[in-house]
Every structure is written in structure tokens, then in C-alpha cells.
Ligand binder design. Structure first.
Ligand SMILES: Cc1cc2nc3c(=O)[nH]c(=O)nc-3n(C[C@H](O)[C@H](O)[C@H](O)COP(=O)(O)OP(=O)(O)OC[C@H]3O[C@@H](n4cnc5c(N)ncnc54)[C@H](O)[C@@H]3O)c2cc1C
Length: 385
């Protein structure tokens, strides 16, 4: 005979990364009883590994809508001015005439959506970032993008959840989603009206859906230097980064550098489906640093302190899954509703708040803040693996 239900909640959230924390807080603020279960410590998953560039990516209209909603919600969040964060803006750097044209098209899209952006020609770029190589075509400047510290954001969201009367159960791995809620690894059964699966890459192991979850780990690596305040002033990203992020190459590097509040320079990034170990791949890291010297020729003279890796949860079309999980036909009437918010790949620190809003709209039956169709868990991915 199975153990009796230890407790019952309106919403049980599985996973205390940035996404689970944002969702749990949003549900609590809507008046629901919420408990969040985290296998380790809040923010210890890929949330701890991310660069923390809060950036409005606009190439995919659905991603653009989610990122814009998210940035509005981040700015409305009471913790916004209390976290380690800087409005550095982004410089999207063009190396070639084709990238210049792509940057101009991006500028037009951002302007049409009412976002601030302007074009810096070669001279203006040199004045804005004197360390950059002198043979670059120019850059698109998006002044309102941010650089923030992901694990602190997650920790603060979890603290807000506790203060609002929600529960955060750390070191509490979930073993399975069940018809009446969930089962913890220690055998405790928790009753829940709704269970949200927000376990990043680990959502695959717990997936209760009838069709398989199409999620793969896409490893990324970063390196951070000692403190060199003022070395660079903006988040610097090569225009080619977009192709690297949206492409499906087995292995790719693209230049990405940020000035951190500490004065350190955070350098990224790599993307790889080949290897899902936690180990740093020195050869790939070397490629990443060599790519950085193309844009910052003296970056090699800075003292590198640390490098690390993280696994981005990647779906075949690059968009997260947000919504209700289609149930097995065998599930009993009145069973708990199972939901998912996973698969944010390289943009989850930016899009966690919009994800929370959209999920809650669906759960409460409200008019969705943005079109949920591009995020539907049961959408078709065509023939991609
Ligand atoms: C190198 C790199 C750079 C990045 N840069 C950026 C960036 O600049 N901007 C940006 O927006 N995004 C960036 N990202 C992406 C971002 O980090 C992720 O999209 C985001 O952190 C995903 O959060 P999550 O909550 O879905 O996953 P996670 O943070 O992995 O959270 C899932 C949690 O679930 C827990 N869990 C797993 N199994 C269980 C279980 N059985 N029971 C209970 N809990 C469980 C895990 O311990 C984990 O804490 C980057 C990622 C990488 C790797």
C-alpha cells in the first residue's frame, strides 16, 4: 500500500532554477498555495552557469514577444534594484557588409517595436569601445539590455516566495510525477492540484507525457578574468552569435564578452551537443578565446581566473515548452494537472518572468499575455532530432 499524502498544495513546482523560482513566485502572488522542490540548492543547475545577459533577442517573433514581456516584468519586480546588475547595453558587432545589413534590419525591427537602438559606425564604435579591433564595420547599440547575476536572481525570487508564504524545499529531489501530485525520492507523497515540471535538462527523466520530451543538453563554456574595471563598457556580441545560437551545429563558438559589476570580464561562449559532461573541454575553450582575440586583440594579456560549463536545455526549434502536458489516456478523471516550463536553452535568465506569466495565464484560464501556440508542449518539431 502506498504512503498517505504528506501534504496537499495547489501547485507543486519541480526545480528551483530561475524558471521554477519565477513560476513559483508568480503563482504564490496570484494567491495559490505553492511548494517548490529542488534536488540541490536553489539556482544550482544551469542557472548558476549562465552569462546573465538579459537581452531582447528579436529574430524569432515568438522569442521577441517572450523576451519583451519578460524584460518588462523583470523591471517591475521588487528585487530588480537589489541584485547584482548593470545596464550595460549590448553592442552587436558587424565584421562584414552582410552583417552590417543584418544589423540594420535588426535595428529596424527593434525600432518598429518601440525599443531604443542606434547604429555606430567604425569611428563611433572605436570611441565607444577603444579596445575593440580597428577593422570592424560598426555595431548596433541596444542601450537598455542588462548584465545580471543569475544565481542571485534565483535566490532572491525564492526568498520572495518564502516571504509571500510559499515553501521552498531544498535538497528534496522529486522521484516522479504522479496522478495525485508527486513522489519525493525519500518516499513522501505530496498531493497537488497542479504540478509544474521546471527541472531544466532533468525534465526529460521526470517527463510524464504520452509523447517523448524532445529536449537535449547543449553544453556551454565560459571563462572569467581578474578585475580590470573599464576594460570594456558594454556587453559585446558578434553578429554571428545569432547564427550560432539558432543553428543546430554539433559544435560552435561565438564571441560574447561582458563587463561585470566586479570589474571582471566574462567571456563566452561555446555550444556543443557532443558532450554532456561537466568537464571543461580545453580545446573548445581555446577556440573560444582565439575567437575573442579577433575582436579584443589584447584579451590574451588578461589573467583568466576560472572557466566552467553548463548544460542548456535545448528543444529542436530553440523555444521553451510552456503549457499543459498532454496526459496518457489512462490517467484517472480528477488527476493532478501536469505542466511544463523547460527548454529555455541560452535565454532562460532573460525569459523566466515571461514564462511564469504565460504559464500562470494558462493555469488560471486568463487571456494569455502573449500567443501560447509557439510554446505549446505538443507542438510539432517536424523531422529534426
Ligand atoms: C554558458 C551559458 C551561458 C548562458 N548565458 C545566458 C545569458 O547570457 N542569458 C540568458 O538569458 N540565459 C543564458 N543561459 C541560459 C540559462 O542559464 C538557462 O536557460 C536557464 O538558467 C534555465 O533555467 P532552468 O530553471 O530551466 O534550469 P536549471 O537552472 O537547470 O534549473 C532546474 C533545476 O531543477 C533541479 N532538479 C533537477 N532534477 C530535479 C528533481 N528530480 N527534483 C527536484 N529538482 C530537480 C535542478 O537541480 C535545477 O536546480 C546560458 C547558459 C549557459 C550554459
Amino acid at each position: 500500500m502506498s504512503a498517505p499524502l504528506a501534504r496537499t498544495v495547489d501547485v507543486a513546482v519541480v526545480g528551483g532554477g530561475i524558471v521554477g523560482c519565477a513560476c513559483a513566485l508568480a503563482a504564490r502572488q496570484a494567491g495559490l498555495g505553492v511548494t517548490l522542490y529542488e534536488a540541490q540548492r536553489v539556482g544550482a543547475g544551469v542557472t548558476a552557469a549562465g552569462m546573465g545577459h538579459l537581452v531582447v533577442i528579436d529574430e524569432d517573433p515568438a522569442e521577441f514577444a517572450l523576451a519583451r514581456l519578460s524584460m518588462r516584468l523583470w523591471r517591475e519586480w521588487s528585487g530588480w534594484n537589489a541584485i547584482e546588475r548593470r545596464t550595460t547595453g549590448t553592442l552587436w558587432i558587424a565584421e562584414t557588409a552582410a552583417q552590417h545589413d543584418a544589423a540594420r534590419a535588426k535595428l529596424a525591427r527593434l525600432a518598429a517595436a518601440g525599443l531604443r537602438a542606434d547604429w555606430l559606425d567604425e569611428q563611433a564604435l572605436r570611441a565607444a569601445e577603444p579596445r575593440l579591433a580597428h577593422d570592424l564595420v560598426g555595431a548596433l547599440r541596444v542601450p537598455d539590455d542588462e548584465v545580471a547575476y543569475g544565481p542571485e536572481m534565483a535566490a532572491r525570487l525564492a526568498a520572495d516566495l518564502r516571504r509571500a508564504g510559499g515553501r521552498v524545499e531544498e535538497m528534496s529531489p522529486v522521484a516522479a510525477l504522479t496522478d495525485d501530485g508527486l513522489l519525493l525520492a525519500d518516499g513522501t507523497r505530496v498531493g497537488a492540484g497542479n504540478v509544474l515540471l521546471a527541472a531544466g535538462c532533468d525534465s526529460v527523466r521526470l517527463w510524464p507525457g504520452a509523447a517523448p520530451l524532445r529536449l537535449r543538453p547543449r553544453k556551454g563554456q565560459l571563462a572569467i578574468t581578474d578585475r580590470y574595471p573599464g576594460y570594456i563598457r558594454h556587453a559585446l556580441v558578434e553578429m554571428g552569435y545569432i547564427d550560432s545560437a539558432h543553428g543546430d551545429a554539433d559544435e560552435a563558438v561565438a564571441f560574447n564578452a561582458q563587463p561585470r559589476v566586479s570589474g571582471q570580464v566574462l567571456l563566452g561562449s561555446t555550444r556543443s551537443y557532443r558532450d554532456s559532461s561537466a568537464a571543461v573541454d580545453a580545446a573548445l575553450l581555446g577556440r573560444m578565446v582565439r575567437r575573442a582575440t579577433r575582436f579584443l586583440p589584447d584579451i590574451g594579456s588578461l589573467q583568466m581566473l576560472r572557466s566552467w560549463s553548463g548544460l542548456r536545455p535545448a528543444t529542436p526549434d530553440g523555444r521553451p515548452l510552456i503549457g499543459r502536458i498532454a496526459a496518457h489516456a489512462s490517467r484517472p478523471a480528477g488527476a493532478a494537472s501536469h505542466w511544463v516550463a523547460s527548454g529555455h536553452e541560452g535565454l532562460g535568465l532573460t525569459t523566466a518572468t515571461g514564462t511564469a506569466r504565460l504559464w500562470l495565464d494558462l493555469l488560471l484560464g486568463r487571456e494569455p499575455s502573449i500567443d501560447p501556440a509557439p510554446y505549446a508542449p505538443e507542438r510539432s518539431f517536424g523531422g529534426t532530432p
